[in-house]
Ligand binder design. Sequence first.
Ligand SMILES: Cc1ncc(C[n+]2csc(CCOP(=O)(O)OP(=O)(O)O)c2C)c(N)n1
Ligand SMILES: [Mg+2]
Length: 616
Amino acid sequence: MTVDERRIQLDRLSVETTRPDSPQWGSDVVAEMLRRLGIEYIALNPGASYRGLHDSIVNYNANQAPGLILCNHEEVAVGVAHGYAKLRGRAMAAAIHSNVGLMHATMAIFNAFEDRQPMLIVGGNGPMDATLRRPWIDWVHTTHNQGELVREFVKWEHQPTSVGATPEALLRAWITAHVEPTGPVYVDLDAGLQEQRLDADHALVLPQPSHFPIPRPPAPADDQAKQAARWLVDAEFPVILPGRIAQTQQAWDDLVRLAELLGAAVLFERRGNAAFPTQHVLSQSGVGSQAGRESQEVLKQADVVLALERNDLAGTLRGALAPSGGAGRGGRASFAWPKLINVSLEPMLVSSWVADYQELAPAGVPILATPHETVAALLPEVERQLADDPAARRRAEQRTEAHRQRRARLETDWERTRRDVWDKRPVSITRVVTELRSALGEQHADAVLAYMPTSWPNGIWNFGKPGSYLGGDGGAGVGAGPPLTVGAALAAQGSGRPVVGVVGDGGMLMTPTALWTAAHHRIPALLVVVNNQSYFNDEEHQERVARTRGRPHENRWVGQRMAEPPVDFAALARSLGVEGFGPVIEPDAVAGAMVGAVQALNEGRPALVEVRVAPR
Ligand SMILES: Cc1ncc(C[n+]2csc(CCOP(=O)(O)OP(=O)(O)O)c2C)c(N)n1
Ligand SMILES: [Mg+2]
């Protein structure tokens, strides 16, 4: 039995409802629009501010298309929608209760915004008509300009002021979420309007979404594609930096072809999704913790860099090329930049609030288009120019040979590291990932890695097809891992692809109830907790500060360690209805736990494995 033979379970109604011919209440109109938009699921934590909509989803739409996915915290609900979008490339919805729910949701909305993932968030508010309010509670849960709470990190927020204006608001929100760069949008629904009875004689005409196709982003300009191709073909040492790229087979194959034509080094980055086979000879860094150093060696040689929606391009180059290694104290060190071709739609989403735009990169060819369309446009140009240039073809072949040799050296290093830590106690993360991979067997090739913890080994887990790694959480908000994994598993339904998230103990403790959602709806997600019993990332910060100040770094664990009392994650999982394995303490016991967990997954059940690991 494989994962795709089981179906995710939605709550089944106790009493069947008969759907009326047309919407009868304000919120029926919203439910009808959600259906017309083809939204599959709506993650929620309930609340009276949208009780009207809740009734319409259940008793008007019969809890189908979209179906409710019940979450125990709004951060989880939005995180699930985020994970779903990362794999599906399309939004689902989240329903969020008034101001209080929205406050819980903010962390996850920020992550989704920073990760440029589409999502439709519907919220409740009011009643805005004070005469309709219940005493006290409706007053504290009424906020004026509620969307201001998230305005700085959604693409659009709006509160329609009549039932008639609501369908277009929802349609505009949906379109806005899906126009590149994609992102979350928030539509706030006045409880008074949701609960307004509609006039039977004045039926609303609802828009047909198919009449409003999503506008496409601009195509790369011809002159820029030609110029970029010229630079790449003429280069001595071109380097490709993929980032967030459409996860289609076409985009994947095109990038492989471009890199092979050029004999260009390709450098992976964990914040971007899998876009190029990490086992390819041209893949010149690992995917793990050493990847930064390996990439820097390569970047030192680059004379032309092609960046494809790469997060923090300037910072990446500064880290490799500036004398101080990047981090400055006022005044930046200068260095010689390579020729930069920067393909990015980010200039269309510059924020006045968060400095996510990073340092400006001096790109001689800045291309405002999607990476996949740009690569598709570059291919015929590069082919044509190479056909006329035998010297350039020879250089590409020589580079490919040099890359092959370096790649073999990297693989030997990775293998040595793996052997060195294999039997270590506490268990190494390298061992955990290797055993997980082995337990997946042939399924590994199809696996979706939905989340990667702070530490990750090189050369063990290859990303070999679109969707094999979904990239970072966007905003580095700890706690994203569990809901992202569950959301990706929801999106993977029917694909036969096993979905795995490997998360830290600190992250797991922030959003453990994502497990209950997985159990309740039978969403087969596998969470592996690499438990170092600490917020270890921050122990490292405290150690550095103490050393800089000449103070005892041995105290770095104070206010960081979580060993007393030890958290039993397998028991936590079981209490939430998920099969729990562990805590695994002995290196030789890791394999058995992984095999058990993968079996549960293949039988359609979510599972969690806790392994007590060495900090790094
Ligand atoms: C919401 C949020 N709170 C705090 C932080 C600061 N922070 C960054 S990493 C980290 C530790 C995370 O612990 P864990 O998930 O166990 O990973 P480890 O560092 O131990 O590998 C913390 C607290 C953050 N990035 N986001
Ligand atoms: Mg930890």
